[in-house]
Design a protein around this ligand. Structure first.
Ligand code: AP5
Length: 216
């Protein structure tokens, strides 16, 4: 099964995608993570994306489409994938349709995570993740079980994203409203859009998502 998790910054897409990957074996394809890896490696893509991401704006469509097209062609994606952060514009959604058609793959569900915008900045500024395995945490909502130690890999090093601040969040939200929200009617017309309550506790959000997937 191939799905999209759709929602604004801080909606919980990454949190739920990580859990779907570990419990159901689906592959998380986070364009944000891919771009951050490109920035860290100093590649040409990373050099182009760095300043754009720090401002909270969107990286050009042509760069994003190429990145995803290469990734979904990898053999592990045959197990089913979760698009987390892609598509973010109508041009990306149309390009995704074309690449899935070409590869004989289908898009089974688009899960929209409905959230209260006022809660998102608190989620974003409190977020941190394990520097080694990438597991996500939050100062208030999801602390490691043992303080200062990653639950999954035991590392004691954590990182915070440069774009996780209240100022950049305004630009990220504006980009979401202007360019990504129009994807809701795009996928509703196709009959694949389903909503879950992204304001519920993380376990409940997961329960609702797996409910949507089993009804697919
Ligand atoms: P990206 O990395 O995709 O960031 P984003 O979409 O802004 O989403 P986030 O990762 O911030 O939020 P999330 O929904 O995954 O939330 P999370 O689960 O971590 O993109 C970064 C940048 O890259 C973009 O700004 C852009 O420049 C560029 N980019 C990426 N893709 C692109 C594309 N396709 N086209 C163009 N540019 C692109 O949760 C947040 C926090 O809340 C966590 O700490 C978590 O613990 C907590 N939390 C989660 N769920 C709950 C809950 N139910 N209750 C309480 N707390 C919760």
């Amino acid at each position: 099964m191939n799905i999209i998790l759709l929602g604004p910054p801080g909606a919980g897409k990454g949190t739920q995608a990580q859990r779907l990957q570990s419990e159901r074996g689906m592959i998380q394809l986070s364009t944000g993570d891919m771009l951050r890896a490109a920035v860290a490696s100093g590649s040409e893509l990373g050099r182009k994306a760095k300043g754009i991401m720090e401002k909270g704006e969107l990286v050009p469509d042509e760069l994003m489409v190429g990145l995803i097209e290469d990734r979904i062609a990898q053999p592990d994606c045959l197990k089913g994938f979760i698009l987390d952060g892609f598509p973010r514009t109508e041009a990306q959604a149309e390009a995704l349709d074309r690449m899935l058609d070409k590869k004989g793959k289908t898009l089974d569900r688009v899960v929209e995570m409905e959230v209260d915008e006022q809660a998102l900045t608190e989620r974003i500024v409190g977020r941190f993740s394990c520097a080694k395995c990438g597991t996500g945490y939050h100062d208030k909502f999801k602390r490691p079980k043992v303080e200062g130690v990653c639950d999954v890999c035991g590392s004691k090093e954590f990182v915070r994203r440069k774009d996780d601040n209240a100022e950049t969040m305004k630009t990220r939200m504006a980009a979401y409203r202007a360019q990504t929200e129009p994807l809701r009617p795009y996928y509703a017309r196709r009959g694949v859009l389903r909503k879950v309550d992204g304001m519920a506790a993380m376990d409940e959000v997961y329960r609702q998502i797996t409910g949507v997937l089993s009804g697919a």
